[in-house]
Design a protein around this ligand. Structure first.
Ligand SMILES: NC(=O)c1ccc[n+]([C@@H]2O[C@H](COP(=O)([O-])OP(=O)(O)OC[C@H]3O[C@@H](n4cnc5c(N)ncnc54)[C@H](OP(=O)(O)O)[C@@H]3O)[C@@H](O)[C@H]2O)c1
Length: 301
């Protein structure tokens, strides 16, 4: 890859949304995007946290052009309200970074009864992208970026048990949601190409980084993770690089999956990431797309 994040020309006049911009990788992504000149809309569920993150970004980048619009991705009504609020204020969207995510082990569901990680990480972003799609200019510099994970590698989509209630595997539901992110990017890109659109959809994973994501881990796992993370994982700044690469590199074509290239893809320079054979199934991708349309109550492309 020849692309260097230091060589990005000014992106003034362009608008980006980063979901979950108040913490971890999303915060660093929003900070960097604002530094490149984007107007960054921070799509966050908690307005207090979002205001604090906005102040922190402005301390580091006083010229950052930032806006906050409330968004709870676990709630499809909130996604619809966000889309309406965004459309009331903006006439285009150049880059959508579907970054927000949750990792829970407690079998939590959203108010519609859908498993929380599938609802938040996948369905919320699926509907958000659908509702904002008409604002995205049809050009190859327009980007829709999905944040997947190494956790997709062992995962399956449990079509007969989408809430993962009949499995003992505690990681199944998070893995399923992150696999769904990868399937979504692949299938979206296929549909864009079929419709002769130039907009680019692609997926990334950040490797591993010590963000707020792991707060619900068992305490033994959590403290082991905290001790080991400085040695084997990315910083949140580095973990944001695959997203920035996907959003800004002229080298991407759509449908790719990028991530760090070091040991086990935990950290390192950005390059093409390993994906599971299962994640390449067009049949599963189509089935998931149709299920997502059904669950969000809205056809897409
Ligand atoms: N860190 C890693 O090692 C790692 C590895 C692989 C993939 N990822 C992916 O990277 C992405 C960013 O995660 P992170 O590691 O930066 O974790 P994080 O520090 O916990 O940040 C997650 C962000 O998502 C937001 N969020 C959670 N639920 C939401 C909802 N219902 N509606 C709107 N926003 C919501 C959080 O908001 P609150 O602050 O209000 O909770 C927070 O801003 C996620 O998609 C995650 O799956 C991370």
């Amino acid at each position: 890859m020849n692309f260097n994040l230091k060589d990005i020309p000014s992106q003034k006049g362009r608008i980006a949304i980063v979901t979950g911009a108040n913490n971890g990788i999303g915060f660093e992504t929003a900070l960097a995007m604002a530094g490149y000149g984007f107007k960054v809309v921070m799509a966050c569920r908690n307005l207090e946290k979002a205001q604090k993150a906005k102040s922190d970004i402005l301390q580091k980048a006083p010229h950052a052009d930032l806006d906050i619009i409330q968004l709870d991705l676990s709630d499809l009504d909130s996604v619809r309200t966000f889309a309406k609020n965004f459309k009331d204020n903006y006439t285009k969207l150049d880059v959508l970074i579907n970054n927000a995510g949750v990792l829970v082990y407690s079998g939590k569901k959203n108010k519609a009864g859908t498993e929380l990680q599938f609802a938040t990480n996948h369905l919320g972003h699926f509907l958000l992208t659908n509702l904002l799609f008409e604002l995205i200019p049809d050009t190859s510099v327009s980007r829709i970026v999905a944040l997947s994970s190494l956790a997709h590698l062992e995962a399956k989509i449990h079509f007969d048990d989408i809430n993962c209630e009949r499995t003992d595997d505690k990681d199944a539901a998070y893995g399923q949601s992150k696999l769904a992110n990868l399937f979504f990017a692949n299938e979206l890109d296929r549909r864009l190409k079929k419709a002769n659109k130039k907009i680019v959809a692609l997926a990334v994973h950040p490797g591993g980084s010590d963000s707020g994501l792991f707060d619900e881990m068992s305490r033994v796992k959590y403290y082991t993770f905290k001790i080991l993370s400085p040695f084997i994982l990315n910083s949140n700044v580095s973990a944001a690089k695959p997203s920035l690469f996907a959003a800004l590199s002229p080298e991407v074509k759509g449908g790719e999956y990028f991530g760090p290239q070091g040991f086990r893809e935990f950290k390192g320079k950005v390059g093409v990431a390993k994906r599971s054979k299962y994640s390449e199934s067009e049949g599963v991708a189509t089935r998931l797309w149709e299920l997502s349309e059904e669950m969000t109550g809205q056809l897409f492309l």
